[in-house]
Design a protein around this ligand. Structure first.
Ligand code: GLU
Length: 292
């Protein structure tokens, strides 16, 4: 099997040391196996993505000594593909439209009978206000669409040729989870819930796009930050429905600032560009993130 890793940044700000670590790790892992390292630009959120940030990504990664095949896959070029997948899920009765905003969700989830709101990979677990099974013969609506998790799990349970719901972790989750990670239907139902698969403004979501793109690019190993460990269970469920292979995942430690906080996009202080301007070498960056 050809070994393929990827780095998939969003062009919404400067790349910082955390990105450098992720990209270098993905690159080194591919090279160690004589495999390929791919770059993907995750620019579905066109209200935040900027061409100049995309250019900075290329500049910083080249400066770090990374190379990748071209043309680079950009998510904004693949919106029709995401739509087709949504239509497929819709005709199987797995999606429903949702008109709730953040405030509605917080209010519904904080109602006294609900107890404390539960948090999942995408924030508060959706309390199900809009959940009803619409007629799947209707055309796919242009609204936000949620996965009906209870329905999804029931369909998967009753499939004749069912793959076990699990993935292989070669890094570690937040509690040290590693090796074969089985998914818990209970957690999917109550701790993940009906996640958004299409946002109204962009017509897709990170979860749907990442799953389709990793498969389209033949990615066999996904190295990414540990903060995405919980989201991986969503990705595995989608892979089952869309008949896509489940790659191996490698969730890596997060690079933190001096106060222990995870670096964020707005953390210009740790931007690769800043270190470059101050005369640091790519090797210095490797040392800073603990790779040399
Ligand atoms: N675009 C995502 C980010 O920048 C990548 C997530 C992933 O690697 O799956 O956080």
């Amino acid at each position: 099997m050809h070994y393929v890793t990827r780095f998939a940044p969003s062009p919404t700000g400067p790349l910082h040391l955390g990105h450098a670590y992720s990209a270098l790790l993905a690159h080194d892992m591919a090279k160690a196996q004589n495999g390929s390292f791919l770059l993907r630009i995750e620019d579905i959120d066109q209200s935040r993505a900027r061409p100049e940030w995309e250019q900075h990504i290329y500049d910083d990664l080249h400066w770090l000594g990374l190379n990748w095949p071209r043309p680079v896959l950009r998510q904004s070029d693949r919106l029709p593909i995401y739509r087709t997948a949504l239509r497929y899920l819709w005709t199987r009765g797995l999606l429903y439209p949702c008109i709730c905003n953040r405030r509605d969700i917080l209010a519904a989830a904080s109602a006294p009978q609900e107890g404390a709101p539960l948090h999942g990979p995408d924030g508060i677990v959706y309390p199900g206000t809009c959940r009803h099974i619409p007629d799947p013969r209707q055309p796919l609506p242009d609204s936000a669409l949620r996965l009906n998790m209870a329905r999804a799990l029931a369909v998967l349970r009753n499939r004749p040729l069912r793959r076990p719901l699990c993935f292989t972790e070669t890094g570690a989750g937040p509690a040290g989870e590693t090796g074969l990670i089985p998914l818990s239907p209970e957690t999917l139902l109550n701790g993940v819930g009906d996640i958004i698969l299409a946002r109204r403004d962009i017509g897709t979501s990170y979860h749907l796009s990442v799953v389709l793109d990793d498969a389209a690019q033949g990615v066999t190993l996904v190295p990414r930050g540990r903060d995405l460990f919980e989201a991986t269970q969503i990705h595995v469920v989608l892979q089952h429905f869309l008949d896509l292979p489940t790659p191996t995942y490698h969730h890596h430690r997060l690079i933190r600032d001096d106060t222990g906080k995870r670096l964020a996009k707005r953390d210009d202080a740790r931007a690769i560009a800043k270190y470059r301007a101050e005369g640091a070498s790519p090797h210095d960056i490797r040392k800073m993130v603990g790779l040399d």
